[in-house]
Design a protein around this ligand. Structure first.
Ligand code: PEP
Length: 248
């Protein structure tokens, strides 16, 4: 696989009890094994279940080629942080990736760029691949500030000394997440080109925001789109699999 093999990542958010979460993971693992490894899909597959399901999902997907990721982490390796999960704990549960700075963390939990920067440093410390989410609000796009907002998020969220070619950036317009409204292809292409200019040739840049089996192929074919971060459609094995097949 070259450095920019497409990555199709499912963010399950706060969805999945043991029975349905393991059934979904099992269904995907079975398909991946039947496809004789995820390379046959022309992409890397990643699922990010809630923290309660990381360990059992890790066992369920063993040997399938599907990677496991967390949805957030604390900046400290351990300590008196009730309810939090460290990057080391994610790695210990089988994770290879962690999503950071998702808009539901930035807006729902008031996370700042500075906090996300510390979490990103923690992810690197623990050997995880960080997926840094950035994206503008509808108002910021309407007022012509989308590219500047995203550039500022990148500058503020990436610690000094972290190699940009090892990072994954997910461009997720806030207004497109879970809304059924997908960003116009020309706007996605323009934003990804702007992010590429700030990052490195090997940085993978994902698009996220109401990606579904119908619009996936068009989005994934755009220059500088190296995969997708998928919320709602990742909760259905057929939809997630169809999006992954769109990479071919
Ligand atoms: C997300 O939560 O990262 C996301 C892109 O959600 P959805 O696909 O449901 O818009």
């Amino acid at each position: 696989m070259n450095d920019r093999t497409k990555l199709v990542a499912g963010n399950w958010k706060m969805n999945g009890l043991r029975a349905d979460g393991l059934a979904l993971a099992g269904e995907l693992a079975e398909r991946a094994r039947a496809a004789k490894g995820v390379q046959a899909l022309h992409c890397e597959l990643l699922i990010c279940p809630p923290a309660t399901l990381l360990s059992p999902v890790h066992e369920t997907i063993a040997g399938s080629g599907i990677a496991l990721g967390g949805q957030d982490c604390h900046a400290a390796p351990k300590g008196a942080f009730t309810g939090d999960v460290s990057a080391e704990m994610l790695a210990d549960s089988g994770c290879a990736y962690v999503i950071l700075g998702h808009s539901e963390r930035r807006h729902g939990h008031g996370e700042t760029d500075a906090e996300i920067r510390d979490k990103l440093a923690a992810a690197v410390r623990a050997g995880l691949k960080p997926i840094l989410c950035v994206g503008e609000t509808h108002q910021q796009r309407q007022s012509g500030h989308a590219i500047a907002v995203v550039a500022a998020q990148l500058t503020g969220s990436i610690p000094d000394g972290v190699a940009r070619d090892g990072l994954i950036v997910a461009y997720e317009p806030v207004w497109a997440i879970g809304s059924g409204l997908s960003c116009k292809p020309e706007n996605i292409a323009q934003m990804h080109a702007a992010i590429r200019a700030d990052m490195a040739p090997a940085t993978r840049i994902l698009y996220g925001g109401s990606v579904n089996p119908t619009n996936a192929a068009g989005i994934l074919a755009l220059t500088d789109v190296d995969g997708a971060l998928i919320g709602g459609a990742s909760l259905d094995a057929d939809s997630f699999w169809a999006i992954a097949r769109s990479c071919g």
